[in-house]
Design a protein around this ligand. Sequence first.
Ligand code: ADP
Ligand code: ADP
Ligand code: ZN
Length: 215
Amino acid sequence: MNLILFGPPGAGKGTQSALLIERLNIQQISTGDLFRAAIKNKTELGTKAKEFLDAGKLVPDSITNGLVEEILRKLNGKRFVLDGFPRNVDQAAALEKLLETLHLKIDKTLFLEVPMELLLNRLAGRRVCKNCGTTYHVQAKPPHNAGVCDVCDGEVLQRPDDKEEVIRTRLEAYDKSTRPLKDYYKAAGQFIEIDGTGSTDAVFERMTKAMQVKC
Ligand code: ADP
Ligand code: ADP
Ligand code: ZN
């Protein structure tokens, strides 16, 4: 099963992808994670992407599409979930072409819907392990020891783009560029809208039920 998981920033895409890869043996392809890793490692990609992430703006399609192509070409038959890509209609069209070239197919497109007031709380409260990337939330999922990752003892920090100023720009970018994808994928078929409110487990159960898979 190959999936696209999309939705507003803070909807829980990363959290739900982590559960999917744990239980379905598929690979997560998160463009946000790939950009952050490139920035951390100071690669050429990282240098190009940094100003956009810092500002909360979308990285240009020419850079993003190339990155996804590189990853998809190296899959070797492994199933995948695209988390955070595509993020606009042009990326969706580029993906469609690329999948055709590589003889790959998306089975389901899942859209996680979460109301704005919850998104703000999820984004402002998000904390991430600097070392292994495990995601926490100050209220919903704090680490056992404040500031210390449960998994690897790494430092748990706020993402620079989870500051209020940048959150606003990201939500605007979502409304302008990503939300229109809903209609694009509704028209394409295999589109499932999932209520992303409630506990992480409740959302995961809704997702797997909607996909008709057992986890
Ligand atoms: P969130 O999980 O909050 O939605 P991501 O980790 O997916 O955020 O993305 C963080 C940032 O990385 C975005 O604000 C944007 O700058 C960049 N980014 C991620 N995916 C894409 C994409 N498909 N196209 C353009 N920019 C992207
Ligand atoms: P996205 O990848 O869509 O930006 P994340 O998965 O990183 O979203 O989740 C954003 C924040 O909300 C994180 O701090 C995460 O721990 C928290 N979170 C995710 N799902 C839920 C949920 N169902 N209930 C409460 N908090 C959640
Ligand atoms: Zn960690």
